[in-house]
Ligand binder design. Structure first.
Ligand code: FAD
Ligand code: 8RB
Length: 457
């Protein structure tokens, strides 16, 4: 027997008060929904953020737009550090700042994950959402519409629901419960590379030790380091390295070996990381994977979003941005559709192709960051790309910019990016410098192959 459920009720139960859960709670509560959020961990505002370490994320236009809609942009931006471009650190010690956009209106922002989560929780509560901490979902009964949660001591608690939204991250417990009911077509592709977080502390005078307004990259072919600034004048460094082979996390096994590896391959970064040995030994090695599902919802009973639906590799810095965009889309579909089953179906139809596109672009950007930034063909194509973008601002927009500074669907950015890449290859083939490029041909191909964005997007 079903519990009392009307498929057009305006009450919803969100699993996970991470980035997407807290934002979705706000958007729905602001629209007058009755919202309960269940979070496995404790309230970070009471006990301090779990892990304690400074982990930062790159916030781009898609994420900022969602934060603006929720009224959270000002609170978040007050601690953000601007990143104007990539600062590439070559093996010989030279550096080169490659701007991301046209000017300082096209930049990305480094924000502190813990502070962001706390701002979003405050705003969700102010909007009227009820937050329940130390409540981890362990099971969901979709016949009786009862969800079971475990508290911090392992005690179980049954709660009735109308619909569940899974914002419980890459290891989603709701996804597991849904898959018991119906096949979701789940596939996980491991990248075969892992990561380790390290820290650059402030200099002796308390200042940033390297350029603060950049995302630093040390490309080394098959692997790389990156560093993002924190507003307390530190940098969070991430080493991305294959899991196996030479070099890999199999051969760089501990702090001492990591120091020797950095002295050899990241010679300019090594002295900036005084606690490299301790950081390497005490921080876990993370794994990287892409999660694909064919089905994101069970009728009107449950739906997944964010990492729970489409975890991706980090190389475009879009996991959170995409999760926030999901929240806006789901809130709009819930508001406009006649019932929750059609809202969830419309949400999946809109977002699944876009998730696939950004997952693919994130994979591709690893190669670009670790390898191509340092390569002559790439630099020539990039130079022509910047020129064509300046001459045809409505038609030729670098893919990175479409993803990062615009809100056109990811799938559109992916498809136009493919057309542009072919065009650049066609026009630069056989050339080694911009001087000999046939500009008339380039201009003609741009108008033929790329309709103005305003109209097509
Ligand atoms: P999460 O933020 O992971 O939230 C899931 C929440 O659910 C957590 O609070 C968790 O405790 C809770 N939960 C888990 N299980 C249960 C359960 N059983 N019951 C109840 N609650 C549960 N993205 C970017 O856009 N830019 C970046 O620069 C960037 N950098 C990143 C750096 C790192 C180190 C990592 C790990 C990720 C980064 N990402 C970045 C990706 C981004 O963090 C994720 O895409 C984003 O957090 C997804 O949001 P979410 O709400 O789906 O999941
Ligand atoms: N998850 C980012 C970019 C693109 C930068 C560029 C790349 C660390 C884990 Cl690897 C990475 C980008 O093309 O020049 N923008 O934002 C964030 C990135 O990594 C984040 C900090 C990260 N995400 C597990 C580690």
């Amino acid at each position: 027997m079903d519990a009392q459920v009307s498929d057009n009720s305006r009450s919803i139960t969100i699993i996970g008060a991470g980035l997407a859960g807290a934002l979705l709670a706000t958007l729905l509560a602001q629209r007058g929904w009755s919202v309960d959020v269940y979070e496995k961990r404790g309230d970070p505002r009471v006990r301090g953020y779990a892990g304690g370490r400074s982990i930062n994320l790159a916030l781009a236009e898609r994420g900022r737009h969602a934060l603006r809609l929720a009224g959270a942009d000002d609170a978040v931006m007050s601690h953000a550090v601007m990143m104007r471009g990539r600062m590439v650190h070559f093996a010989d010690g030279r550096t080169d700042l490659q701007r991301y956009g046209r000017d300082d209106s096209e930049v990305i922002w480094s924000i502190h994950r813990g502070e962001l989560n706390i701002s979003l929780l405050d705003i969700a509560e102010t909007a009227g959402a009820r937050l329940h901490f130390d409540r981890g979902l362990v099971a969901a009964d979709f016949d009786r519409h009862v969800a079971t949660f475990a508290d911090a001591g392992g005690g179980l608690l049954d709660v009735g629901f109308d619909s569940l939204v899974g914002a419980d991250g890459a290891g989603s417990a709701l996804r597991v419960a849904m898959a018991k009911r119906e096949g979701l077509g789940e596939r996980t592709e491991n990248l075969g590379h892992g990561y380790k977080e390290l820290e650059i502390p402030p200099g002796d005078d308390g200042s940033f030790r390297i350029e603060p307004n950049a995302l630093h990259i040390w490309p080394r072919g098959r692997y790389m380091c990156i560093a993002l600034p924190n507003d307390e004048r530190t940098f969070t460094v991430t080493l991305f390295l294959p899991s196996h082979g030479e070099p890999s996390f199999d051969t760089v096994r501990n702090g001492a070996e990591a120091r020797a590896f950095f002295e050899r391959d990241f010679a300019d970064a090594s002295p900036l990381i005084p606690n490299l040995e301790q950081d390497f030994d005490s921080h876990p090695t993370g794994t990287l994977a892409t999660l694909y599902l064919d089905l994101w919802h069970l009728g009107g009973d449950a739906v997944l979003l964010g990492d729970a639906a489409h975890a991706m590799v980090p190389f475009h810095g879009q996991g959170m941005n995409c999760a926030f965009e999901d929240c806006v889309a789901l809130a709009e579909h819930l508001d406009n559709a006649p019932d929750r089953a059609s809202a969830f179906a419309a949400f999946q139809a809109e977002r699944l192709p876009n998730a696939r596109a950004i997952q693919q672009m994130a994979l591709e950007n690893y190669l670009e960051m670790r390898d191509r930034v340092d390569n002559d063909d790439f630099l020539l194509q990039r130079a022509l790309e910047l020129e064509l973008a300046a001459r045809h601002p409505d038609r030729f927009v670098p893919r990175y910019s479409m993803v990062t500074f615009m809100r056109i669907p990811y799938a559109t950015a992916f498809e136009r990016g493919r057309v542009q890449r072919e065009l650049l290859a066609d026009v630069t083939r056989g050339h080694s410098s911009l001087d000999t490029i046939d500009r008339a041909l380039a201009d003609r191909l741009v108008t033929e192959r790329l309709p103005p964005l305003g109209k097509s997007a």
